[in-house]
Design a protein around this ligand. Sequence first.
Ligand code: MN
Length: 343
Amino acid sequence: MKISDVKFELKRYEYYETFHITGSSRNVAENIEVKVFLDDGTEGIGEASPSYRVNGEIISSLFSLESTVKEMIKGIDVRDYAKVFKIMDGLSKSAPSIKAAIQYATLDALSIEIGLPVYKIFGGSKDTIETDKTISIDTLERMVQKSIETFSQGFHTLKIKVGESLKEDMEKILAISEATKGAEYVIDANQGYSPKEAIQFANFLYENKVNVKIFEQPIIWNDFEGLKFVREASPISIAADESVRTKYDAYRLIKDDCVDFINIKLMKSGISDALAIIEMAKTANVGLMIGCMSESSVGINQSVHIAAGTGAFAHCDLDSHMLIKEEKFRGKFVQKGSTINLL
Ligand code: MN
């Protein structure tokens, strides 16, 4: 069946609690829900969760793409989805979240059409995945409290946001690891440290036997040499997040031995570049994790299906839908605590 229409709709979601990371605090997520209609009435759904901080995306400019995208992909048969992927690759520099949403909505429509869930289209590697849950920057007491609460809800891996003060971060992490024995941590500095601070922090975590799986984006995104310097000196695994948006970024990071892990987010790369990065990382024996921006259950659903279908990720950080208020859960999966089962 052929694509007959495309519609964008603005969605606002309130956070349960202020989401504070290095250099950014937010209470509301503004997303764009995307629908791809087929000429038999089938509706494929996707979601863009744009990021000004990471992608330079601005909601109003993204809306101006609605008619352009519609003109470009109208008439394409969803079974030829590579054609849609290629067209959206052309938009990726200015609007990667829209690229992700349109690519996914096309696959969702195809999935309905052929009666096969999207994760099966990607190979159905797994039908269950585990996610962490994020503890955003707050006072030491509140971060410890939140960590205890989240760990007791069955989240084995806690993602801890740091990066605004090295000294306080050291105190916070020690207190959290003391209060949640048996947990594992992903530490995310969101570019907050200098290379020397990052190395100091990594050594501190190691010496204090904090059970850290991954130390994410310790330094500024565009300092690839700095990242390599940190990685070489760090006793714990270093991941790039803000440093890798396209497959070309991933290629450079891998070629220059800058990272142990790459954090793929559909909102930075779309589905096409995510798939390219997966193959590159697997070939180079670089680890993979998958993360999110501020997606609702509609957007998280996209990453859940890619993660389960490809089975490529050593770690999933797919928790934004748990941090915002939604009227109705709309994922095509069932979640119980940290466990996500595909339908
Ligand atoms: Mn991150």
